[in-house]
Write a protein that binds this ligand. Structure first.
Ligand code: ADP
Length: 522
C-alpha cells in the first residue's frame, strides 16, 4: 500500500510528478513509497508515536550523479530531502526526518571503501560503509591500521563522524580524526574540501586546512550539503596494549576520579578516551534489572551496592587502554596507578600486556582495540519488555565539580520520573560527553511518555545551568538549539543566513539541529 503522506506544502500532483522524475533518475526499485517499504525509516526507539516523524518516500541513489539528478527534481518541486548514510542513528531518531513528509535520501547503496593508505594511515569511504564493513576490509587486507568503533558497529563511518560520534581508543574523537570531504551542495555543485580542492591533489587526507577558509566542520551536524566521500585517519596498530579497569566503591568518588583523570588526559599519560561508568550501566551489559531489584521506581542505593558487590564492580568504574611498546605502557601505568591509589577503597585492576593482534582477555571490550560490535544493544534488556532508550548528551567540563553537579541533577530527576541512572562520562582531554540513557519499554505508553518528558526536563534544567547538548533526538532538536542563545541567538542567525545562501529552496534536511525548519512551522 502506498503511503498517503506527502511533503508539506507540496500538492499531490506535484509530488506524483516528482516521484516520476525520481524514478527516471535513479530507477523504479530505488524509489520507495509503500508503507511497508518505509517502515524501516521509522524511529525504532521513538519516545512517543514514531509516525510523528514519518517519511513520505525514500530514495536510494547509487552514485554522485544520481544524487545530482535527484536534486534537480527536489529543487523544482521543493521536496525536502532528509539525508542519511545508513540511518542507524538510534536513540537520536534513527533514519527518520525531523519534518514529517520529508523524503529520506538513503545513501546506503554508495558503500565503497575508496582507499586505504597504509603508509599515511587513513581511509576514504562512501556514506554506506559501516564500521563492520571497514573492519572486514582492513582484516581481509591484513592491514596494520585500527579503526575506532562507536557504540554500535553497524552504523556508518560517514554518518557517525558527521554527527561527531566517539569511541574509546586514542582516535575516539571521530570528528577530530576526519580529514577531507566531498560534498554535493543543494544546487548540485560538487565541492572537495581542504587540499582536495586541487584537481591533482596528493595531500587531501593528510592536511585538513588547505589554502583559505576551511569548511569540513560546516558540513557536520548541519544541513548545508550531502557528504559523498570522507577521509578518516586510522590508528597505526600499536605494538601492544593494556586494558585497565579501575573500580571505586563510593558514589561520591566521582569528583575525585575526574579530578585525578583530567591531568592524566591533558598531558596524554592516558592516551585513550577514558570511560567512567556508573554501576548500573556496567551491570546492564551483563545482567537484567530484575536480578537485583524488582520494585517500583529507581533502584535504591542499597540495591545498587548489593549488585555492585555481587558483580565485583564499583559504584563508578573507569576503563581506558594504554597503547604502545611494553616499556612505555608499563611506565604510563605506574604513573596512573600512583595517582589513583590515593582514592580510598579504589581497586586498580588491569589485564596483562597484550600483543596488538590478540583479542582482549576474558571477552573484554573489543571497541578499545578497534573491533566493532553490537554489545551496546544489551542495555535494551535491562528493564524488560520491548526495550528502547532515548539519550541525554550534555557536554561537561572535566572537573569533579561539574561532573558531580550533572550527575546529581540527572540522577535525582530520573528518579522522580521512575528511571534508574544509566549513565557515564567519556573523558577527552578538555571536555567530557556525559551520556545518560532513559531506558523504557516501548510497548508501555506511560513509560514511553515519561522517558520523553524526563529528557526534555533535563535538557531544560541543564541548559539553565549552562550545560548544552552536543547531540539530541529529533524531538528535542529545537529545544537544544534554542539554548545556544548568546547575543539573541546570533549563531542561529548565522546558520540561517548560510542555509539561505546555499539552499534557497530549503530542500536539504530542514529542521536538522533547528536550522531551516521555519517554513514548516505551521
Ligand atoms: P549512522 O547510521 O552511522 O548512525 P546516520 O546515517 O543515521 O548515521 O546519520 C546520522 C545523521 O548524520 C543523519 O541523521 C544526518 O543528519 C547526518 N548525515 C548522515 N549522512 C550524511 C551525509 N552523507 N551527508 C550529510 N549529512 C549526513
Amino acid at each position: 500500500m502506498r503511503s498517503a503522506l506527502r511533503p508539506p506544502h507540496v500538492t499531490q500532483a506535484a509530488f506524483d510528478a516528482a516521484l516520476d522524475a525520481f524514478r527516471i533518475a535513479i530507477g523504479d526499485a530505488a524509489v520507495i513509497t509503500s508503507t511497508d517499504g518505509l517502515a524501516v525509516y521509522l524511529d525504532p526507539f521513538a519516545p512517543g508515536d514514531a509516525r510523528q516523524y514519518s517519511a513520505s518516500a525514500a530514495l536510494m541513489p547509487a552514485s554522485v550523479d544520481e544524487i545530482r539528478a535527484v536534486l534537480v527534481t527536489a529543487n523544482r518541486y521543493r521536496i525536502p530531502l532528509w539525508t542519511v548514510s545508513t540511518g542507524r542513528n538510534f536513540a537520536y531518531g534513527g533514519a527518520s526526518p525531523r519534518i514529517a513528509g520529508s523524503v529520506v535520501l538513503d545513501l546506503k547503496r554508495m558503500n565503497r571503501v575508496l582507499e586505504v593508505d597504509e603508509t599515511l594511515a587513513y581511509a576514504v569511504v562512501e556514506p554506506g560503509v559501516s564500521y563492520f564493513d571497514l573492519y572486514q576490509y582492513l582484516l581481509a587486507r591484513h592491514s596494520s591500521l585500527w579503526l575506532d568503533p562507536p557504540a554500535s558497529g553497524w552504523g556508518s563511518v560517514v554518518g557517525n563522524t558527521l554527527e561527531r560520534g566517539f569511541g574509546a581508543t586514542p582516535y575516539g574523537d571521530h570528528a577530530a580524526m576526519q580529514c577531507g570531504m566531498e560534498v554535493v551542495l543543494a544546487n548540485g555543485d560538487i565541492v572537495r574540501t581542504g587540499m582536495g580542492a586541487m584537481r591533482n591533489s596528493n595531500s587531501w587526507q593528510v592536511f585538513k586546512a588547505g589554502f583559505g577558509p576551511s569548511y569540513d566542520d560546516m558540513f557536520m551536524q548541519s544541513n548545508f550539503g550531502i557528504v559523498t566521500k570522507l577521509g578518516i585517519w586510522l590508528m597505526p596498530r600499536p605494538a601492544g596494549y593494556r586494558l585497565c579497569h579501575f573500580k571505586f566503591r563510593h558514589d561520591s568518588d566521582l569528583a575525585v576520579i575526574i579530578d585525578t583523570l583530567r591531568p592524566l588526559r591533558l598531558d596524554d599519560t592516558i592516551q585513550s578516551q577514558a570511560v567512567v561508568e556508573h554501576a548500573i550501566r556496567w551491570a546492564a551489559g551483563v545482567s537484567t534489572r530484575r536480578q537485583w531489584y524488582d520494585g517500583a521506581g529507581a533502584m535504591p542505593d542499597a540495591a545498587i551496592d548489593a549488585m555492585a558487590s555481587a558483580l565485583g564492580i564499583g559504584r563508578w568504574n573507569l576503563r581506558f587502554g594504554l597503547y604502545g611498546p611494553e616499556e612505555l605502557v608499563a611506565a604510563r601505568f605506574r604513573v596512573i596507578e600512583r595517582a589513583f591509589a590515593r582514592i580510598p577503597d579504589a581497586r586498580l585492576d588491569a589485564d596483562g600486556y597484550m600483543n596488538a593482534s590478540s583479542m582482549p582477555k576474558g571477552g573484554g571490550d573489543g571497541s578499545q582495540v578497534g573491533i566493532p560490535s553490537m554489545a551496546a544493544f544489551q542495555l535494551l534488556n535491562w528493564r524488560g519488555g520491548n526495550g528502547a532508550h532515548v539519550d541525554l548528551s550534555p557536554i561537561c567540563p572535566p572537573t569533579g565539580r561539574d561532573a558531580l553537579a550533572q550527575y546529581q541533577r540527572v540522577r535525582a530527576r530520573a528518579a522522580e520520573y521512575g528511571f534508574d541512572y544509566y549513565g557515564g562520562f567519556t573523558v577527552g582531554p578538555r571536555h567530557m560527553h556525559h551520556i545518560f540513557a532513559a531506558i523504557f519499554d516501548k510497548d508501555d505508553a506511560t513509560q514511553t511518555q515519561a522517558a520523553r518528558a524526563l529528557i526534555e526536563a533535563l535538557i531544560e534544567q541543564l541548559g539553565a545551568a549552562g550545560y548544552g547538548q552536543y547531540r539530541t533526538h529529533l524531538a528535542f532538536m529545537d529545544l537544544a538549539a534554542s539554548q545556544y542563545d548568546f547575543n539573541d541567538h546570533a549563531l542561529m542567525r548565522l546558520s540561517e543566513r548560510i542555509k539561505g545562501a546555499l539552499d534557497p529552496q530549503g530542500i536539504l534536511s530542514p529542521g536538522k539541529q533547528g536550522i531551516g525548519g521555519a517554513r514548516f512551522k505551521d
